[in-house]
Every structure is written in structure tokens, then in C-alpha cells.
Design a protein around this ligand. Sequence first.
Ligand code: AMP
Length: 476
Amino acid sequence: MLEIEAKFPCPDRGPPLARLAAWGARELPAREESDTYLNAPDRDFARTGEALRVRRAGDTVAVTYKGPRLPGAVKTRAETELAFAPDVSASDAVALLTSLGYRVVADVRKTRRLFELRRDGFDVTVCLDDVAGVGVYAEVEILGQAGDVPRAQGVLLALAADLGLGEQEPRSYLRMWLENQPEAPVRETETRVLRTVAEVRAAVADARRAGKRIGLVPTMGALHEGHAALVDAARRESDFVVVSVFVNPTQFAPHEDFTRYPRTLETDVALCAAHGAAVFAPEPGEVYPEGATTFVEVAGLSQVMEGAARPGHFRGVATVVLKLFEVVQPDVAIFGQKDAQQCAVIRALARDLLSPVRIRIEPTVREPDGLAMSSRNRYLSPEHRAQAVVLSRALADAQTAVDAGERDPLTLERRMAERIADAPDARLDYARVVDARTFEPLTTLDRPAVAVLAVFLGTTRLIDNAPLSVPEAANR
Ligand code: AMP
């Protein structure tokens, strides 16, 4: 069935009521209608032009689906309406749909007076509506088949003119109702914990509908000020920020700390709330559905340094980041320089897969003594925590040497290793100066370079890095 319908502002009902009475239109009992509109988990109805609604009108409850608008001067859409059995309440019907992933976007109430008449061979309905939070409107409507459309559209426009109705209102009641809502308080919408892909998609769709830009900050939780700085950066570049909190199993090698990795969701949510971001905290099965066998790998970069020390690590990182891009579809995603090789992997991933997501890298946030903040710092004993200061000192030494004219990566690496040796319990995994983009070895500092370190203190492995700035004049 097609619904062919035109809507008009009707602040003065006098003239249309007089005409309807003169034509002998049949008036049905006036009724209160309460319409709950829902959005889909897999697409945004605001974009596709579809609508799904549960309507309670008196004792009857029905669900109505409306398709996208078809061409023509009068709004014409496919409509399917199914009435529920008399003992089904509107809230039961809505609950059924929300358990399938649909989300309520609005409850629109109106008082409706209905008139029926025949006009040029069509059954026409005229509604005079007083819509809460929207205003007073008249609708003229014909239900017909595809072949009826051009004639029915003409009949409705002529009828509306005869009723004294002026300019058509193209917006739906839902659209007008949403536009009239005051901006939802930021905190309320942005501190929710989203658990499923469907919930994220719906929240992002809502934000997009409100014209917001979307930011993503992928994390494994146990959030600290370093993560908070990324959230703040995301807030500067977007209006709706999703922080994913997900200890990603595929980026841990079998012998690593996956099971004992700190999980502090409650405080993570509080931090995100304080910084105005929503949290996406899925279960592993949500991110890796049963039977999932697809992985992405950035070749080359993923095999050296951290990749060599942690086989499979960057394959897990690249895969989960790509999945998060697919779920959130952000305009911008923020990562920390703290994980320099990860940043290089993500940049390569986005470049190679032609991703539209803008990648931003934020500087490393440090403790007052220079130790890079990390969720793993909490594993350190007080003694090892004190010794951990050698990492940032080693990096500072490398930069000091560069400032003094040193350009040989091997010499810089030796300097760093010497400083690490100041800590009696430190065991150097690697100290390297490499190409900042490819992580390949350098013979001299003739391109952007980064000093990278991995150091064991007890069983805790710490990493840190510093992009080396080469004074330009000296470099010529
Ligand atoms: P993680 O939760 O350790 O996987 O880190 C999530 C994001 O936060 C990554 O982009 C990290 O590089 C970033 N990050 C972690 N520690 C810091 C820090 N101290 N400063 C800036 N960014 C950080």
C-alpha cells in the first residue's frame, strides 16, 4: 500500500472545518494518538528516509513501517501497518523491537480529529492534528496503489487549496518534534556505557543526525591522564567522542599478561564522563563473533622491534582498530605517541586501506619524574618504579647528543644503553634509533627519526620513545 499525504500548517481550523461540514464529510470520533518512533540498529532511518513507529490510538496498538519518500510534489511512501492483538500493550510492542536492537528516538503525542470524504473517485482522509511540542496541522491523505499516484497527488493538492490550506510542510511530525527538542544535556548522552555494536551504531547515528562530528579513542582501559589527554584532543576535533575500553585478546601473545591486565571499568567510565565522552566496553564475543577468522596485518612494520618481541601483537592491534573504525566510523581517531610503532602501524593501515578516518597522534603524557604514564606502571614495585626514571633520561640523553651534533644512530643507541644500565634491576630489551615512519634502521639522521626503548624491570616490560629533533641548520 502507498500512503500519499500532504501536510499544512493550520493555525485556524475555522475555514477547513466549515468546508468539510459543507461537503458533508463524515467525522470520526476524535482520538489521542501516542506514537513511539524507533531507529534501526543496522542503518539510520533519518538518512534513509524510512520510519518505524508503534502507535497507540485509544485501545488499539499497531506497528507501522514507512519506506523512503518516492518522487512527486506530494509525499508518497510505501506503508505497512500491522495491528497487534487487543491484549498487546504499546510498551510490549516497543520492548519487542528494542530487544531486537531498535532504539526509541521519540514519543510524539497528538489529538487528532478525522474526517472522511470521497473526492474525484478517491477515499480521502483529512486530519486536523494538535501535536504536542510541534503545533496545529492539517493532513490530507489517500491510501492507494502505484498507478493512482499522479492523479491522487493532484486530487490532494486541489482539495487542500479548497480547504484554504497554504504552503505544504514537507517535514514529518517526528522531524519537527526532534528539531524542537532542547539540546540533550551533554553529560546524559555522553556517559552511557555502550555494550554492543548495535548500541554504538545507534548512538553515533543520533549524534550524526544532530550534525555532530565523531571522534574515537581506542584504549584497553585502566585509564590515566595520558588517555584523558587523548579524549580532550578528540573533544577539540569532534562533538561526540567514543572511548573504546577493550582488552583485546588478539594483541597479547600466549605468555603475556592478558588475564591479569588491569580492568577498572567503573573508574574508566567516571574519567570519560568527566571528559565528556561515551564509553564502548564490549565483551570479546561482540568484537570477535563466533567463527571470526579475518585479520589484517601491516607487513614489515609489524615484524620488527615490538613486533619481533611480541609476535602477532600488531596483527591484533591492526585488526581491532579496523573493527572499531567499522563500528564507530569516526571522522577522527586519536592515538598516543607513547606507542610510537603502533602509531606507525595505524597510519600505514589507514593509508593502505584508503580509510577516510583522520589519524591524530598526541604527545606522551609523563609523570613528574619523566616516566611515561602507562596502565602497566602499576605492576612496578616501589623500587622498580624509582628505577624506571632511566627510560626517559636515556631518551633525553639521546636528544642532548643530537643537539650537540651527534648523527650516528649507533652512538646514540650506545648512549641510551649506558643510561639504562644506571638502574641496577633494568634489563635492556632494545634501544634503537630508527626511521620514524617505517621503523627501519638508519645510517644517519637524514630523515624524521625516533629513539625507541624497551626495558624490563622485574617481569614488567616498559616501552618509551622520543622523536628526535635535528636542528635544521646543523643538518644542512
Ligand atoms: P592502551 O590503553 O595502553 O592501549 O592505550 C590507548 C591509547 O592511549 C594508545 O593510543 C596509547 O598510545 C595512548 N597512551 C597510553 N599511554 C599514554 C601516555 N602516557 N600519553 C599519551 N598517550 C598514551
